[in-house]
Design a binder for this molecule. Structure first.
Ligand code: MG
Ligand code: CA
Length: 535
């Protein structure tokens, strides 16, 4: 009775979601998970997602060869040590460390982490004890960690050292994290740039997540400008080859620690780069919902392709004899299966899993236990992609606007990186010399005394007509020069004395350096002898 009605979901009201994360949890469990389970997606690709995966704070994963400054970078962001932190020239971090917020500082070993149902690390138990002994969580009461979790990783070895076997699937672990983090920061050392085989494999493992990758060319102050340009070029070239993407991820050049710069001619560049990188990291909490949504879409597409592959292998299996040889056959010719599925379902080759890896994994499976195609499962996921995802997408701008205030990363190096007197543009331009005892122009006055004398001052002063010829050499337009003249004529007598002339040249330099001129002359630029002309 009435079954036709309850069974017809075209008449169902669309589900209402309170927020993106709750919506994602629900559609994952009710629409995608059944497809994943039916075709053993978890054995092949990625363990099932759990609520903590969706609830987790934004995560940043740091990857780099040893001694590229990963741990130091974290210390720099937090402006605080964290438990278990070791920094040094030799490979010092021999483990994965999830640096997370805690009311009290402390450490939790990997074995305990993977049984904690509130944390998102449970699936890592599949990498075995050798890995769990090399995994820990460091808790620190640090306000940066209130909005993000940072994953430190063991330094990747190069040359001889890399033959040391880690005893666990290092690339597999990286891939597990890559799927779940919001940012992957690849660190390179500008003064010894080499890309080892293990590093290449590491980059390979995170390849599917190009959009999360940011690259930091660290320790860039250790080399001079010319070397830096050369290293930058070499890095872009190797990355282009390793990442196989035409547009290489953004590279930030800098020196992310709190020590004096060795070559400081690029100070301004480093400061700008740092600001950009901080802005990027600041945006993570705000964009976390969108990131989770994107990752779920990616996962759903892979789950569909996987279902096609498994059910097609099942279809090819004989019901009686020759099962083993048929299985061998199917594995060897898996590329043909891929090709025909691509054509049949119009799926791009890029959506397919790695062929070699899939072949390896299939060896361990009994094809007769695979399930046949169940179109209803695929339809549900298709509907999820077209309807539910679209509706969750609509919530995002609203959520971002709501959260904009309480999701700003606070504390550590984020604290006022643009408010401090040492931030970008501070202590430069018109600001230069502010708060200093000495008149800042005094240091450069001697440079302008010659030109002053050449302008034949009368009673120690020159007129505008005399000064004009010299001032236009700056190539600044007249509107700017007349502003300079007005600002520099501090005592308003229509002429410039030697001090005022130096000030005029100082202002011209400020403008030529790309800074703005002030409307009024700030206190610290007034020549000491004229303090009483301006009250
Ligand atoms: Mg380290
Ligand atoms: Ca004057």
């Amino acid at each position: 009775m009435l079954r036709w009605l309850s069974n017809d979901d075209r008449h169902k009201e669309p589900e209402v979601y309170d927020n993106v994360v709750e919506g994602l949890k629900r559609i994952y469990k009710s629409k995608l998970l059944p497809l994943e389970e039916h075709y053993r997606f978890h054995d092949f690709h990625s363990p099932p997602l759990d609520d903590p995966d969706f609830d987790a704070k934004p995560m940043i994963l740091l990857i780099g060869q040893y001694s590229t400054g990963k741990t130091t970078f974290i210390r720099y962001l937090l402006e605080q040590d964290f438990p278990g932190m070791r920094i040094g020239p030799e490979p010092t971090t021999d483990r994965f460390i999830a640096v997370m917020y805690g009311d009290q500082e402390g450490m939790v070993p990997g074995n305990a982490l993977v049984v904690d149902t509130k944390k998102q690390f449970r699936p890592l138990s599949k990498f075995g004890n050798a890995y769990l002994n090399r995994f820990q969580c460091s808790l620190q009461n640090n306000s940066v960690l209130r909005s993000m979790t940072i994953i430190d990783t063991p330094g990747i070895l190069s040359g001889e050292k890399q033959r040391v076997d880690r005893g666990y699937d290092f690339a597999g672990v990286l891939e597990w994290f890559a799927e779940r983090v919001d940012r992957i920061i690849l660190l390179f050392d500008a003064h010894k740039l080499d890309i080892s085989d293990e590093f290449r494999r590491a980059i390979d493992a995170i390849k599917g997540y190009d959009d999360k990758i940011r690259i930091v060319l660290n320790k860039a102050d250790m080399i001079d400008h010319q070397q830096l340009m050369r290293v930058y070029g070499a890095l872009m070239w190797s990355l282009g080859k390793v990442l196989n993407t035409p547009e290489v991820a953004r590279v930030f050049i800098g020196s992310f620690w709190d020590q004096p710069l060795q070559f400081d001619m690029n100070r301004r560049l480093f400061e700008l780069e740092e600001t950009d990188l901080f802005k990027d990291l600041q945006s993570l909490p705000r964009n976390a919902a969108l990131r989770k949504l994107n990752d779920l879409i990616k996962r759903a597409r892979l789950a569909k392709v996987h279902a096609y592959i498994i059910s097609s292998l099942k279809k090819e299996m004989p019901s009686m004899f020759g099962k083993d040889s048929k299985k061998k056959d199917l594995i060897n010719n898996l590329n043909n299966t891929f090709t025909s599925l691509q054509q049949e379902h119009q799926i791009s080759p890029g959506d397919f899993p790695n062929l070699k890896r899939m072949q390896d994994q299939l060896q361990h499976h009994d094809f007769t236990k695979f399930h046949a195609m169940k179109p209803k499962l695929i339809e549900t996921v298709d509907k999820m992609l077209s309807d539910d995802i679209a509706r969750l997408m609509q919530l995002i701008p609203h959520e971002e606007a709501e959260n904009i205030k309480n999701t700003v990363v606070k504390g550590g190096a984020f604290e006022g990186y643009n408010e401090s007197p040492f931030g970008i543009g501070k202590g430069e331009g018109v600001d230069k010399g502010r708060g200093e005892h000495e008149w800042v122009v005094a240091q450069e006055k001697y440079e302008y005394d010659d030109s002053f004398e050449k302008l034949n001052p009368v009673n120690g002063k020159i007129t505008g007509a005399a000064a004009k010829g010299e001032m236009v050499k700056s190539k600044l337009p007249n509107s700017v020069l007349s502003k300079v003249w007005k600002l520099a004529d501090v005592d308003k007598d229509g002429m410039l004395d030697a001090e005022e002339w130096a000030l005029a040249n100082h202002l011209i330099k400020i403008k030529l350096d790309g800074h703005d001129l002030p409307a009024d002359l700030p206190e610290h630029l007034i020549p000491p002898s004229k303090k009483d002309c301006v009250n």
